[in-house]
Design a binder for this molecule. Structure first.
Ligand code: 9MG
Length: 259
């Protein structure tokens, strides 16, 4: 899964006019590089990020979704807002990726009658407060319990289980220790919940803490994390650097299958 952010950091003039052409070129390059799913999002989920208005999120995401839907690649829309989910599904989105685990009022209703895939992510609190001293007794058990709860809520609404995938939410209300515990227990989470697992580790601060590198220099660390997650059983990797990750996975897979 390749990330195309339509947030101010990706605005061509530093904050005012987002270039649809630039986002499209970015997505086109990802397709050339071998992406399987394109994840587009308009609201930043960085720690401390301010919430975005509904109008502004629609203004950022919808033109790109309309422009990308004829490229033949599955499109995921990263949103927590039921109204954006509704519009995105209507426009043909193949997946809704909700870092809030479909907890907003109206989120389950917005997705229940569609047939798109749904990614349920764990996040402690919200992006403004999630990194203020995150605390767990047993992070793996608590993330599994949260995801189990959300899966049950979705199934009770009538959502078919085969539409769902789970995500422990690396960096969303977690210390480096919490992230490492989750990374090492991907297999356990997957067997306990019986659903494909999406791992988003690319350029995250945990890689910065381990390597001492700023976000733009975290490629090698991100690839190591992606391969480790794959070896533990992750099914989908959410990444910024598609070409490099695809190459790394090709080598890893050939080596793994070689007799
Ligand atoms: C939007 N977004 C940012 N990081 C993410 C992650 O780790 N997982 C998912 N599902 N979405 C993410």
């Amino acid at each position: 899964m390749g990330v195309v952010n339509v947030t101010p950091d990706s605005f061509s003039d530093g904050g005012h006019f987002f270039s649809l052409d630039a986002a499209l070129s970015h997505a086109e390059q990802m397709i050339v590089d071998g992406v399987d799913i394109i994840d587009i999002g308009g609201e930043s989920s960085r720690p401390g990020a301010q919430p975005l208005s509904l109008d502004e999120e629609l203004r950022r995401v919808m033109p790109l979704l309309y422009a990308l839907r004829d490229y033949g690649k599955p499109i995921s829309v990263d949103t927590c807002k039921p109204e954006v989910m509704h519009e995105a599904i209507h426009a043909g989105a193949d997946m809704i990726n909700d870092i809030n685990g479909f907890r907003a009022m109206g989120a389950l209703t917005a997705v229940k009658d569609a047939d798109c895939a749904l990614c349920i992510m764990h996040m402690l609190n919200d992006p403004q407060t999630m990194q203020l001293k995150p605390t767990y007794g047993d992070v793996v058990a608590e993330v599994i319990a949260f995801l189990q709860d959300r899966i049950e809520a979705m199934e009770q609404t009538g959502i078919a289980r085969n539409r769902l995938c789970i995500d422990p939410g690396f960096g969303f209300g977690k210390t480096v220790e919490h992230n490492l515990a989750l990374l090492k227990n991907i297999g356990k989470m997957q067997t306990s919940l019986g659903l494909p697992l999406l791992a988003g580790l690319s350029r995250k601060s945990m890689i910065g803490v381990i390597t001492g590198k700023p976000a733009k220099s975290r490629l090698a660390g991100s690839i190591a994390a992606a391969l480790f997650a794959t070896a533990q059983g992750a099914s989908i990797l959410r990444v910024h650097d598609v070409a490099e990750t695809v190459d790394a996975l090709k080598v890893w897979q050939v080596a793994t299958l070689h007799s």
